[in-house]
Design a protein around this ligand. Structure first.
Ligand code: PRP
Ligand code: URA
Length: 213
């Protein structure tokens, strides 16, 4: 699979490689793991918002007026997929504190790996905003596909999926299921094991973030 095409980007940056090496390490404790997830999410948000919408404003410096640009309020909504996606929220907010937040709870059957939404709370004008859908892991793609369908049904046009580790099977499934979504990841791994865990991956992201191992 190519590392870059119009809809799929593997972020290649020394800082990402450095942080991923610590994130993957089984010795990382939840405090360090959470911190790294957050830092990587901040970098991903920066990358994924390169073409964020801007409006012209005039700002008064202590000396003169100056034409500037700002991202309009409500233009960006971050939607973490519960539970593990919550670990990325603080990092995205560090990059863009004004982003609104929608929550989407997804339940995944551990045997069939099928995902179903069980909770959703979105800002009222989510349909007009750019949505950063965040979840550290893209494995089979089932959770992301169900989340994308839910957001499309809510009328959202511009959805950018931000993950930290992706399996090629999951990337392909998501790109096929949703012809308009764009995906950013910090790493593209080898594939899935028989339990649909990403190899080499980093294990269960939610358990490592929340200390439920
Ligand atoms: C993990 C992960 C994704 C999903 C990826 O969540 O955070 O949501 O699995 O797998 P998929 O691509 O095969 O759907 P999990 O269901 O383990 O729940 P959690 O966030 O509560 O840990
Ligand atoms: N969910 C995870 O947390 N890790 C994986 O490798 C696959 C799904």
């Amino acid at each position: 699979m190519e590392l870059e095409n119009k809809r799929f980007t593997v972020i290649q940056h020394p800082l990402v490689a450095h942080k991923m090496s610590y994130l993957r390490d089984e010795a990382a404790r939840p405090t360090e793991f959470r911190q790294l997830v957050s830092e990587l999410a901040a970098i991903e948000a920066y990358e994924a918002l390169r073409d964020a919408p801007l409006k012209d404003v005039t700002v008064r410096t202590p000396l003169a007026d100056v034409p500037c640009q700002r991202i309009p309020s409500g233009a960006i909504t971050v939607v973490p997929i519960l539970r593990a996606g919550l670990g990325m929220l603080e990092g995205v907010h560090r990059t863009l504190p004004a982003a609104s937040v929608g929550h989407l709870g997804m339940d995944r059957d551990e045997t069939t790996h099928e995902a179903h939404p069980y909770y959703a709370k979105f800002p009222p004008r989510i349909a007009e905003s750019t949505v950063l859908l965040v979840d550290p892991m893209l494995a089979t793609g089932g959770s992301a596909i169900a989340a994308l369908k839910y957001l499309r049904d809510a009328g959202v046009q511009d959805i950018r999926l931000l993950v930290l580790v992706a399996a090629p099977e999951g990337v392909q499934a998501v790109l096929e299921a949703d012809p308009n979504v764009r995906i950013w990841t910090c790493a593209l791994d080898d594939g899935l094991n028989e339990d649909a865990y990403i190899l080499p991956g980093l294990g269960d992201a939610g358990d490592r973030i929340f200390g439920t191992l």
